[in-house]
Design a protein around this ligand. Structure first.
Ligand code: SIN
Ligand code: FE2
Length: 209
């Protein structure tokens, strides 16, 4: 048995079936990851996707890995290139390391989506269901301002529960909770000093194919 197999990862709290590891990342881990994300954004600038209706989403985004995320009048989808036509940068090893711990049994993620929430940004309840195989979890990392995360069940309109996600928290949506509805009701703008202009970064890792 490898040493890793013997270590049991125990979430701090489970909300609506989603495991939350509070303050999993130390302040120095968080700073390093933010630095790595700045390099991602230097090559793949953050943009404002539009909804099907043509409205700009309040969350802005970029990505790293084989696939990024895009949305316009044709709807939401994974795409192989940034809107500039360039490939997405590689997923930083600092972020890959979190996946290796949280999703040790899974293949490497092919998409590292980076969402930026400025003042007033939110994300409506939705399922993550554009991936080919729901056996693999979605791993979500919170950096910067606190965010009110709401989780429901796998059907729209059911009961929901909420938790404040803070900088350094890691949430894992897997197993029976993989298709649970989730969203961000609001952020507490300015509650963290991690990002110099305030706001929140959320990084999600997924196996796409
Ligand atoms: C998402 O569901 O893509 C983002 C969730 C979050 O911002 O914590
Ligand atoms: Fe999501």
């Amino acid at each position: 048995m490898k040493l890793n197999d013997a270590i049991m990862l125990v979430p701090t709290v489970v909300v609506g079936g989603i495991s939350v590891f509070k303050r999993f990342l130390s302040p120095s881990d968080q700073l390093r990851i933010v630095g790595d994300l700045r390099q991602v954004a230097a090559r793949a600038p953050i943009f404002s996707p539009k909804t099907k209706m043509g409205k700009p989403m309040s969350v802005r985004l970029t990505a790293a890995g084989d696939f990024g995320w895009f949305s316009d009048h044709q709807g939401y989808r994974y795409v192989r290139q940034h809107p500039s036509g360039l490939d997405w940068p590689e997923i930083p090893t600092s972020i890959m390391g979190i996946w290796k711990v949280m999703a040790a049994q899974a293949p490497d993620p092919e998409c590292c989506l980076v969402n930026y929430y400025g003042e007033g940004a939110r994300m409506g309840l939705h399922q993550d269901r554009d991936e080919a195989n729901f056996d693999w979890p979605v791993v979500s990392v919170s950096l910067g301002d606190d965010a009110l995360f709401r989780v429901g069940g796998a059907e729209r309109g059911g009961k929901t529960a909420s938790i404040w996600l803070q900088s350094g928290d890691v949430a894992v949506m897997g197993g029976a909770a993989r298709l649970n509805y989730h969203g961000i009701d609001r952020i507490k703008f300015g509650s963290s000093q991690l990002l110099k202009d305030g706001g929140r970064l959320n990084v999600t890792l997924r196996v796409v194919k």
